[in-house]
Design a protein around this ligand. Structure first.
Ligand SMILES: Nc1ncnc2c1ncn2[C@@H]1O[C@H](COP(=O)(O)OP(=O)(O)OP(=O)(O)O)[C@@H](O)[C@H]1O
Ligand SMILES: [Mg+2]
Length: 405
């Protein structure tokens, strides 16, 4: 079983690329489901399906071709299925605090519920071996990153907060009934959360296993888009997911005659260099800017062939983790996979949250997680195919610079 996540900034072509990938894997005989995690679904539009038909199928798996299904999650339906007690309590709470009942119902949809529902399905499909390939069409970058951190956050909550909160509420209930205007959750609320947590168990291991899950970053050759993709690369790496490839979509083909297109081509050429600097050593595949939007099976197949040719889209482009953020023996480190680089001097520069290094004629740039921002790169060494950069704080620098007694 393979799971691919397609992530990137809004509008870059995630849904089209995910759908095109599904068309290719299904044609090769593998049972494939494409799941949309974006509340603003457009997967059915990519397949040019009838909206009114989709509305009757809301949230379900819908067949679109042989071996190919799509699923657009419906947050309201998922809530009544999995979150009934939790949702009931939170809307009651909001309603008691003076918020109109209808609005309270709406507000009680906590951020992340839809993503949790998706993870529940992923776990179920893997357990039941329902599909050979699961493709996740993620919401625009910021949201999709929150989604991958959910299992860890939930586990932390269950370990550190949940039991305590439950005990506290139990103890407070008799008192609160007398005085408090705010209702306290009944024990059903806690039972529901516990049940959900059980169903989610193991999903983070699936996400973090590079033989099962890979992230493909979808991007365009524009500065702001590339910057956000670079940031997403860091976040996914930070959460120990394996990013194994980049799809650059909407590339203007060579040979344009009019000035407008020539200008675009020129700027895309420059940004392609920047993309290589940002994403090395990830393989980059390109898709052209088509004359018309990509609608329907045949057009998606065309895009799929452009991206993969006769190749297998699920084959891991590279099974290693290209960037790892480590905290070992009290030091923060970054480990970058840099194949084919000879042992030479490494030049390091850090500007704010960006780390730039030059080694063996290669210049690379990466965005650092927040905890690294106040630190300074201290040392860099090549270990086989990896460049390992060790960071230290200001205190450490003072310590280093103190003359030896
Ligand atoms: N290479 C391309 N050439 C021409 N049109 C394209 C190309 N890629 C995508 N499109 C069109 O651009 C629009 C947006 O693409 P798509 O929905 O795949 O992006 P998205 O990243 O999923 O957007 P969102 O963030 O809103 O979910 C669609 O109408 C799609 O058909
Ligand atoms: Mg989309």
């Amino acid at each position: 079983m393979r799971m691919l996540l397609f992530a990137g900034k809004g509008g870059v072509g995630k849904t089209s690329v995910a759908a095109a990938t599904g068309v290719v894997t299904a044609r090769s005989g593998r049972r494939t489901v494409i799941m949309s995690l974006d509340p603003a679904h457009s997967l059915s539009d990519a397949f040019d399906l009838d909206r009114s038909l989709m509305d009757t199928q809301s949230g379900r798996i819908v067949p679109v071709a042989e071996n190919l299904w799509i699923q657009e999650l419906d947050v309201h339906e998922e809530i009544s299925k999995h979150w009934g007690e939790v949702h009931k309590y939170i809307s009651l709470l909001l309603n008691t605090s003076g918020i109109d009942e209808i609005l309270a119902e709406e507000l009680a949809i906590l951020p992340g519920m839809e993503e949790i529902a998706a993870l529940l399905y992923v776990n179920q499909y893997v357990r039941e071996k329902s599909f050979d390939v699961i493709l996740l069409d993620c919401a625009p970058t910021a949201e999709s990153v929150r989604f991958i951190s959910l299992p860890k956050t939930l586990e932390w909550y269950m370990r550190k907060v949940f039991r305590l909160e439950r005990q506290l509420i139990r103890a407070m209930r008799p008192l609160a009934r007398k005085w408090a205007e705010i209702p306290l959750p009944e024990d059903d609320y806690f039972v529901a959360i516990e049940r959900l947590f059980e169903k989610l168990k193991g999903v983070d291991a699936l996400l973090m296993d590079p033989d099962i899950t890979s992230v493909r970053l979808v991007t365009n050759l524009e500065k702001m888009v590339l910057r956000e993709t670079q940031r997403a690369f860091m976040y996914f790496s930070l959460h120990q997911l394996s990013v194994d490839g980049v799809v650059i979509n909407r590339v203007f083909s060579e040979g344009a005659r009019d000035d407008f297109l020539l200008d675009w081509q020129r700027s895309q050429k420059e940004y392609l260099k920047l993309a290589e600097e940002f994403f090395h050593p990830l393989p980059i595949v390109q898709a052209p800017f088509y004359r018309a939007e990509i609608l329907g099976y045949e057009r998606l197949l065309e895009l799929g062939m452009e991206l993969y040719g006769e190749g297998d889209p699920t084959r891991s482009f590279s099974s290693r983790r290209p960037i790892e953020f480590l905290h070992e023996n009290g030091s923060h480190m970054v480990r970058v996979h840099l194949p084919f680089v000879q042992k030479t001097e490494v030049e390091l520069t850090k500007v704010g949250e960006e780390l730039i290094f030059k080694v063996g004629g290669v210049k690379r740039s990466l965005v650092l997680p927040r905890t690294y921002v106040p630190l300074h790169p201290r040392r860099a060494r090549l270990e086989g195919d990896h460049l390992v950069i060790t960071f230290g704080g200001d205190n450490e620098r003072q310590h280093d610079e103190r003359p030896l007694a």
